[in-house]
Design a protein around this ligand. Structure first.
Ligand SMILES: Nc1ncnc2c1ncn2[C@@H]1O[C@H](COP(=O)(O)OP(=O)(O)OP(=O)(O)O)[C@@H](O)[C@H]1O
Length: 511
């Protein structure tokens, strides 16, 4: 028990220390504070037997999502959910109906390896600067991103770093390869926020088999994609970034979008559909590109529509601040026209296609589509920039046969010859031909029902025969309808439009 004298002695000693502190000069205060602030944590950590590793959702510069975060999420989902009491359910990207069950924030789970215990906790987003106002280039930059915190005993450090964490990454790779669902990403931005990718499951129905185009051209494209996919060594040998650019051009309805789906199926890649109009400037574009994954197709559709902006500026428009616009390089200019920085530029875009930034990431395919190749900036289509220019053209006989096989399940018909001749004489798109080959309305439902019945019971010969007759009638009707449509199109293209006739008549009258 402390006596009164002891307390009095302690009080006077503290008062002495206080007096001494107040008489010390200011710089000694500073040094003392510095020593205390660095020594205390050292002393604490000496006595604390635990260490901690933080796995943040985003990297330091917030440019890239931290894949380790995804690896830990997937691993914990598969290994440690049993011991958790607070979970969250989400609709995942998997094809089945099972929800994606994940750890809730602040929930702790324990994992074991070789007798060592590891504690994991998902920590929510936290504000960096409570109470102070900070201005940031990136909204959300004021927050610390979500993170997983791993705590383990000091003596297990080597086990955690050399065995446990690499094991998590291995397991993540196995699980994601098994449950892989192809994704379609698109970028969008909410008001005042930077553009971000969001994804949906992507199972395009198109394959190269059903793509209506010349056989030789199709085989050439498939060979090119195959060579690209196997080209890791070749690209590193010749010192080129492992990427390839395709420009798909042709009138609307010739299958440019269908070709992208077929490419994604063929390569088994995700697709990033980049909407340049919702990207504020080059910095944002860079972030989006860096956020794409390897083994992906990055698509910019209708690049000619963006080029319209470019063409307008080419006419020598002055900018609001009086400067001449950088005509060759402005691609999209969004709301704030006086702000020179808020633009996506052609050079910014090209730096990812074949410039400095193209070396970041590998196994990427760029696809630009356009309906008007003649309107594109020469810088965009010069040889070497887009590796392959693919013309998607009007439907001719060989392409028509592909459609007839897909839509009507026939490879020969007495009308094929006539249809081939008419297709040569009219410029009809595969989309228009396909539209004519589609069984209409109710018949469509009936046929698929019959197919189901016959698939289920092959013994039902009578039903099978009935279906065949029905389908033959369908094919005859569709093809006869197509011949009529093509003949009409041919007549229309041969007859000049009314206003031209009137103009010519007027001219004749005058002369
Ligand atoms: N070459 C083709 N092979 C098979 N189907 C095609 C082809 N071209 C068009 N189609 C059919 O027409 C529809 C429209 O085609 P698609 O959207 O691919 O054309 P597009 O060239 O991308 O047109 P747009 O320039 O208007 O975007 C497709 O859903 C598909 O059913």
């Amino acid at each position: 028990m402390a006596t009164l004298e002891t307390w009095v002695g302690f009080g006077s000693a503290m008062a002495g220390v206080g007096l001494l502190w107040s008489r010390m000069p200011e710089h000694v205060h500073e040094e003392a504070r510095y020593i205390i602030s660095s020594v205390v944590p050292m002393v604490m950590s000496y006595f604390n037997p635990y260490e901690q590793i933080t796995v943040s959702e985003y990297g330091e510069e917030r440019f890239r999502r931290n894949k380790m975060f995804d690896a830990v999420s997937t691993y914990l989902r598969s290994a440690c959910l049993g011991s958790a009491t607070k979970l969250k359910a989400e609709l995942g990207n998997n094809i089945g109906d099972d929800p994606l069950v994940i750890l809730d924030e602040n929930q702790e789970v324990v994992d074991c390896l070789d007798g060592a215990r590891m504690w994991w906790r998902l920590c929510p987003k936290a504000s960096k600067n409570k109470g102070s106002t900070i201005i940031s280039m990136f909204p959300g930059d004021t927050d610390e991103p979500r993170c997983y915190r791993l705590v383990f005993h000091k003596r297990h450090r080597q086990l955690v770093l050399k065995t446990y964490l690499p094991g998590i990454i291995r397991r993540w790779r196995e699980l994601t390869a098994k449950d892989r669902q192809r994704l379609l990403f698109t970028n969008h931005s909410k008001k005042g926020e930077i553009s971000m990718w969001t994804s949906v499951p992507y199972n395009p129905p198109s394959t190269f088999d059903m793509l209506a185009m010349g056989h030789a051209k199709k085989v050439e494209i498939m060979d090119d994609l195959r060579a690209f996919q196997k080209g890791k060594e070749y690209h590193s040998k010749v010192g080129k970034a492992w990427k390839r650019g395709y420009l798909l051009y042709g009138p609307p309805g010739t299958g440019k979008t269908t070709m992208i789906g077929a490419m994604a199926n063929f390569l088994d890649y995700d697709v990033y559909d980049l909407d340049l109009t919702s990207v504020k400037d080059n910095a944002e574009l860079r972030k989006l590109f860096l956020d794409t994954t390897d083994k992906s197709i990055i698509v910019i559709e209708d690049i000619d529509a963006i080029e319209v902006e470019l063409t307008t500026k080419r006419k020598g428009k002055k900018m609001d601040n009086g400067d001449e616009a950088d005509n060759n390089h402005v691609l999209v200019e969004l709301s704030n026209k006086t702000d020179d920085k808020s633009k996506v530029t052609l050079s910014g875009l090209l730096s990812f296609v074949d410039g400095l930034w193209s070396a970041c990431g590998s196994e990427r395919v760029f696809v630009f589509t356009t309906n008007h190749v003649d309107r594109l900036d020469p810088a965009l289509i010069r040889p070497g920039r887009m590796d392959k220019h693919i013309e998607m053209s009007y439907c001719r006989l060989d392409a028509f046969k592909v459609l007839a096989k897909s839509y009507l399940d026939i490879t020969e018909h007495s009308l094929f010859g006539e249809i081939g001749r008419l297709l040569d004489e009219t410029d009809t798109t595969p989309a228009d031909v396909a539209d004519n080959l589609m069984p209409r309305g109710k018949r469509n439902g009936e046929i698929s029902r019959l197919i189901e019945v016959i698939d289920g019971s092959p013994a039902d010969v009578a039903g099978n025969l009935m279906l065949r007759c029905k389908r033959k009638r369908e094919a005859d009707e569709c093809l006869a309808g197509l011949v009529e449509t093509l003949k009409k199109a041919k007549m229309e293209s041969a007859t000049p439009p009314m206003d031209t006739i009137e103009e010519e008549a007027n001219k004749e009258e005058q002369t």
